[in-house]
Write a protein that binds this ligand. Structure first.
Ligand SMILES: Nc1nc2c(ncn2[C@@H]2O[C@H](COP(=O)(O)OP(=O)(O)OP(=O)(O)O)[C@@H](O)[C@H]2O)c(=O)[nH]1
Length: 463
């Protein structure tokens, strides 16, 4: 069974929900700001619903109930229990609603910076608006809150739950993509965490405003780490900013509601900015990877994986320039399979393809690291041999010809073998051109064919 989908995983996620809910309550209880700004369990609930569907709902409800256990234990009336139960069910509903919105509006996930707006609107704000109104009304109906304050509480809950979704969902997506994403690098993460801590401590120790420099630090980090890394550090930072808002030095600067607003504004704008930057970077990397794949496909032969003529000739030009500067020769060998048409006619095209692939493997396995073997035509191969003349290259090419002659491809109860003719030419000096060297190698190949095939000939003007 897929471990990520197992019941044990579901229980672990419910425990995480419970732990974050308790942790959130501890932060919110901090005086004097009494911040109700960050509710990470809402993001955990969405991740649970996306991972396990409706099966997650009872687990969310139980985890929410357990988080409110203290309040329940103090309950003296069945009505209190009913209100607590209703609140827990609303938490479950919020997760399911966010899941449906997510699947409907963002079937491809949160992949591009342009996905951020639908994510904020449909996944964060709308579901949390529904659940927050229900939660605030439930509290007012139970007598825990005057009806006149229910609207204000609902607004704060929307912000708190949305921030939780904004921070947890990208981390969840980053975790799901951990196998395809580039590995997390510890150094930038540790450096950013250290810088954030230093700025936070400075801001709380008599240098107010220093916390505003945290965002640029995380922005730089977003260019060096994965989605998972940046959202995890952002979440930790925001929790740190909120927790430290209770510090007397900070709290003394403003009134409680002012503090709450400042922290909310900082948290929300930072999270959005960083997520946008991380998505943008991911998008750029994806485009670059796709471009690279297209380029690789355009420059390599699909059957053998060897460079094709399009990549081979520029390499020859480059080597030619090096030879012009250094005066050291290079050689080009043109190899053409002998009577290859007969193999195709006799055994079929598929067997012909296997022969071509086997020949390519022999070339790849026997060339030096600095050589470039390529497939430059149907049954025609070429090798660029830097730093050697035609006559120096010939012994190697003769050995290679012998290896190809020994090659046997098993076809049913038969063995197919092949021979190759080779033409060799090399750089002759400052008046030479790369195209002329290649043309001379072609001419030598033609001579090898004329000479009866299965041999190699070095062009007469070779160095
Ligand atoms: N199986 C297969 N055959 C190919 C491919 N590309 C070209 N060919 C075949 O290669 C054969 C080349 O035939 P010819 O040019 O007559 O050369 P040859 O039979 O090798 O004869 P010589 O070169 O004169 O020794 C043709 O039958 C092509 O169809 C390929 O990708 N796969």
């Amino acid at each position: 069974m897929n471990a990520a989908k197992s019941p044990a995983g579901l229980i672990a996620a419910a425990l995480a929900y419970f732990a974050l809910a308790r942790f959130g309550m501890a932060i919110f209880a901090l005086k004097p700001s009494n911040l109700t700004l960050l509710w990470l369990p809402s993001g955990i609930a969405l991740a649970m619903c996306l991972q396990w569907g409706w099966r997650a709902v009872p687990f969310i409800v139980v985890a929410s109930l357990a988080a409110n256990f203290d309040g329940m234990a103090a309950a003296t009336s069945p009505a209190h229990l009913a209100h607590t139960m209703l609140a827990a069910m609303t938490d479950g509903l919020a997760g399911v609603l966010a899941m449906h919105m997510f699947r409907r509006m963002l079937p491809g996930g949160l992949a591009r910076a342009a996905d951020l707006l639908p994510f904020i609107l449909y996944v964060c704000l709308i579901p949390t608006a529904v659940s927050s109104v229900l939660l605030a009304a439930n509290l007012a109906a139970g007598g825990y809150l005057p009806w006149s304050e229910a609207g204000a509480l609902a607004r704060v809950l929307v912000l708190a739950d949305s921030l939780g979704l904004l921070l947890v969902y990208p981390a969840y997506q980053g975790w799901r993509q951990r196998h395809t994403a580039p590995p997390l690098q510890a150094h930038p993460l540790l450096a950013a965490i250290a810088a954030v801590l230093a700025l936070l401590l400075a801001s709380r120790a008599g240098m107010p405003g220093m916390e505003y420099f945290i965002v640029p630090v995380l922005l730089v980090l977003s260019f060096h780490t994965s989605l998972l890394g940046i959202t995890a550090v952002t979440a930790l930072t925001i929790v740190g900013v909120m927790a430290s808002a209770a510090h007397p030095a900070f709290a003394a600067q403003t009134t409680a509601s002012d503090t709450a607003f400042r922290v909310a504004a900082l948290a929300f704008s930072s999270a959005l900015t960083l997520l946008g930057a991380a998505l943008q970077r991911g998008q750029l990397e994806h485009s670059e990877r796709t471009r690279q794949q297209w380029q690789d496909a355009a420059e390599h032969d699909a059957l053998t994986g060897l460079p094709n003529r399009r990549l081979f000739m520029p390499k020859v030009q480059l080597e030619h320039q090096r030879s012009l500067r250094s005066g050291k020769p290079y050689a080009i060998a043109m190899l053409d399979l002998d009577h290859f048409k007969a193999i195709n006619d006799c055994h079929g095209h598929a067997v012909g393809d296997r022969v071509l692939d086997a020949v390519a493997t022999v070339l790849r396995d026997n060339c030096r690291m600095i050589d470039t073997p390529a497939r430059v035509g149907g049954e025609e191969f070429a090798i660029l041999l830097p730093e050697c003349s035609g006559t120096q290259a010939r012994p190697f090419l003769e050995r290679l010809r012998g290896k190809l002659e020994e090659l046997e491809i098993a076809v049913a109860d038969q063995r197919v073998s092949v021979t190759v003719s080779i033409g060799i030419a090399s750089f002759t000096g400052v008046n030479d051109t790369a195209d002329a060297v290649a043309a001379r190698a072609d001419r030598a190949l033609y001579q090898a064919k004329q000479a009866g095939r299965n041999c190699s000939i070095v062009d007469a003007v070779a160095a």
